[in-house]
Write a protein that binds this ligand. Structure first.
Ligand SMILES: Cc1ncc(COP(=O)(O)O)c(C=O)c1O
Length: 268
């Protein structure tokens, strides 16, 4: 008889954003006169149509599948080279050297933050900022890992820093943070990298909102920090959500292997 993963009992009844949407809907229905005034702090959704160049590229890609001369079957496992190179160029324009071949094009940072947990044994201690994007907590809870929270408060400008008394194996950093918008500066990230190297910990760095950084002194990537490349990190850029994990070669390859086999399974 199959045994269920009991850790799912520890996940909240509903995903945070689904619960927010449910409550907003109830409020809208019970207070229709106030519906227009609601400020939505739930899931961030896009509000404007896609830009012309994106629409054109999408149409072109669809049309190319309609004729045998340009038809493509499954793409390469790591992603199309043109996309990897475009992402590497994007990093380079922001002062970070990443080899195109080290970039893995996945189906998004959300699934990857979940997939990557499978590489780590259950008895790892996971450090997660609070508040933060809820996916890190839910996926590690489903996996039965021990989560320690570090509080983002008004006192620390919503940017928790390493505590030498806390020993962690896996550290999630989200900068700029969802939902606070707080962004680590170079010195702060240097402190995190030093902590991770000292404790042999891995930083999973989610920079989904790096495009909102306008101050050129603020790092857009953990790779902008010396030593940061000795940690694996999860990252996404807005135009092509991607997961890249460099260095820590064995870990990276294992991660790719696990993702590739999942993709292959999904395709067949
Ligand atoms: C911090 C953060 N990381 C990742 C994601 C999701 O990224 P993707 O669309 O690539 O799955 C979101 C989306 O809300 C997010 O807020």
């Amino acid at each position: 008889m199959p045994k269920l993963n009991e850790n799912y009992q520890n996940v909240k009844d509903s995903y945070l954003f689904a619960e927010i949407a449910r409550r907003v809907k109830v409020y809208e229905e019970t207070h229709p006169e106030k519906a227009a005034d609601i400020i939505r702090l739930g899931i961030g959704d896009v509000t404007l149509p896609l830009t012309k160049s994106v629409i054109e590229a999408l149409h072109e890609a669809v049309d190319s599948q309609a004729v045998s001369e340009t038809f493509k079957g499954y793409g390469p496992e790591q992603g199309y080279a043109f996309a990897q190179e475009a992402i590497a160029d994007y990093y380079a324009r922001n002062g970070v050297e990443v080899k195109a071949t080290d970039i893995f094009i996945s189906d998004g940072a959300k699934s990857d933050t979940g997939n990557i947990t499978e590489l780590f044994a259950k008895d790892n201690v996971v450090l997660v900022p609070d508040p933060v994007y809820p996916v890190y907590v839910d996926t590690n809870t489903m996996d039965g890992k021990n989560i320690i929270y570090m509080n983002g408060t008004k006192e620390n400008d919503f940017l928790p820093m390493p505590d030498e008394n806390v020993k962690a194996d896996i550290i999630y950093l989200c900068s700029p943070n969802n939902p606070t918008g707080a962004c680590y500066n170079k010195e702060q990230l240097e402190a995190w990298v030093a902590y991770a190297l000292k404790n042999d910990a891995v930083i999973l760095y989610d920079s989904a909102y790096e495009a909102f950084i306008t101050d050129p002194t603020l790092p857009r990537s953990i790779y902008a920090i010396e030593g940061g490349q000795r940690n694996v990190r999860s990252s996404s850029v807005p135009f092509l959500r991607q997961q890249d994990s460099q260095v820590h070669v064995s870990l990276t390859q294992l991660f790719r292997k696990s993702l590739c086999s999942r993709h292959q399974m999904a395709e067949h």
